[in-house]
Ligand binder design. Structure first.
Ligand SMILES: [Ca+2]
Ligand SMILES: [Ca+2]
Ligand SMILES: [Ca+2]
Ligand SMILES: [Ca+2]
Ligand SMILES: [Zn+2]
Length: 406
């Protein structure tokens, strides 16, 4: 009796209270040790250094896009582009929040960008300035060597996790802007402040988004904005693992979501996709997972759902569809509809849904299983509708193993 009573108490203790996954930046100098980085004014005025990021250059447009995307966050923290830097020179503690590009040298070849703030020098850990340095010497060992590995692109084929060589520049700058606002690295869930870019993909096009964990953290740090919009998303990425960073923080790594059989065993892959090491070879041979299925087979489809918007628990409709291409849209055949309640609690929901493939599905063909979502209650507006669909590729075999065959 006593033992089971203790077990019950332990179970209750594990369930509550929910611990938010996001982490706040804390100051580490003797004068401000362990105080949380904070802003009195929740507006960051940003200038771009024209010497290293010329106006209308790709990096300039990437910065503007990252600012626009971060301003879709549901908190009171705002990013304001204040034009090109008119005061020559860039430095920390010069009263200007500057974004510039710099060769950080061989020692920082694995760092895409750095954020620095005057909060580190404030006795109260108060920030009034945040500079972002985009590394022009981001030289991971994967081929082609000797070139920078940050691309301003929404074409997935250029990105390392889809077979290319680059990291996503806009997502990288968004991560640094997250640091500006006070978010630290986070290794427990899939999130913007992790070690992999946070991306949603439809067809060839990737969409860099803020995500549930960072949105939750920004609300906790800066309060929910009265102007906040809704934001739901679905993705074929999930939390995979964690990675220690040089500064003692921990990054999340993002793996692809999977396809299982009815007994929760991952189905065989025609392409043996492995999560690539950032310094490893390109994954050009099998840049995306393709699962083997049989027509009529019952499978479990895994996707990650996030709520990064205004309403803390929001009802959504999810349509599971069959597509003849990697673009998931309204023209694709619906196989199943589900309703979910998505909680904005810093825990993205990576869940399996059982579906049965059509018996008449053509054999020896590639298809894509998809999910498209929308908010169940009409009239609610989203800050981003480009991340409301996701896909997983499948290859059909000749026949179902249960039917007579050799
Ligand atoms: Ca300046
Ligand atoms: Ca500065
Ligand atoms: Ca389609
Ligand atoms: Ca959305
Ligand atoms: Zn970082």
């Amino acid at each position: 009796m006593e033992k089971s009573g203790l077990l019950l108490l332990m179970a209750l203790a594990l369930q509550s209270p929910a611990i938010p996954a996001w982490e706040a930046i804390k100051c580490i100098a003797p004068i401000n040790s362990n105080l949380q980085k904070h802003w009195r004014q929740k507006t960051l005025q940003i200038v771009i250094d024209p010497q290293t990021i010329p106006e209308a250059s790709p990096t300039y447009f990437a910065v503007l896009e990252a600012i626009d995307r971060m301003n879709r966050n549901p908190s009171n923290f705002r990013y304001v582009f204040a034009g090109m830097d008119k005061n020559p020179g860039v430095a920390l503690n010069n009263g200007e929040s500057e974004i510039y590009s710099k060769d950080l040298g061989a020692a920082f070849a694995n760092n895409s960008a750095i954020e620095e703030s005057d909060a580190d020098y404030s006795p109260s850990c108060t920030a009034t300035e945040s500079d972002i340095i985009i590394n022009s010497h981001y030289r991971l060992q994967r081929p082609p060597t000797g070139v920078n590995k940050l691309a301003f692109t929404d074409d997935k084929h250029q990105l390392f996790v889809y077979g290319g060589s680059n990291a996503h520049l806009v997502a990288t700058i968004m991560h640094e802007l997250g640091h500006s606002a006070g978010l630290h690295h986070e290794g427990e869930v899939m999130n913007l402040m992790g070690g992999n870019n946070l991306l949603a993909t439809n067809g060839d096009k990737v969409d860099a988004y803020i995500g549930e964990d960072a949105a939750n953290g920004l609300i906790a740090l800066h309060g929910l904005s009265p102007q906040a919009l809704e934001e739901i998303s679905v993705s074929h990425w999930r939390y995979g693992d964690k990675l220690a960073a040089k500064d003692g923080s921990v990054f999340s790594l993002h793996y692809r979501t999977r396809l299982f059989d009815a007994n929760n065993t991952e189905l065989p892959l025609t392409c043996p996709y492995r999560h690539p090491d950032l310094n490893g070879a390109l994954i050009s041979a099998c840049p995306e997972p393709v699962y083997q299925v049989h027509p009529g087979q019952t499978v479990k489809l895994e996707f990650t759902f996030e709520n990064a918007g205004k309403t803390q628990a929001i009802g959504i409709n999810a349509d599971y569809v069959l597509s003849t291409d990697a673009i998931i849209d309204d023209s694709d055949q619906r196989l199943l509809s589900k309703k979910y309640l998505l909680k904005r609690d810093g825990q993205p929901s990576t869940i399996n849904t059982q579906i049965t493939l059509p018996k008449a599905l053509a054999a020896n063909s590639q298809f894509w299983l998809g999910c498209r979502i929308n908010i169940a209650r009409r009239g609610l507006k989203e800050s981003n509708v480009a991340n409301n669909v996701a896909y997983i590729a499948i290859q059909t075999l000749k026949s179902h193993p249960a039917s007579p065959s050799r």
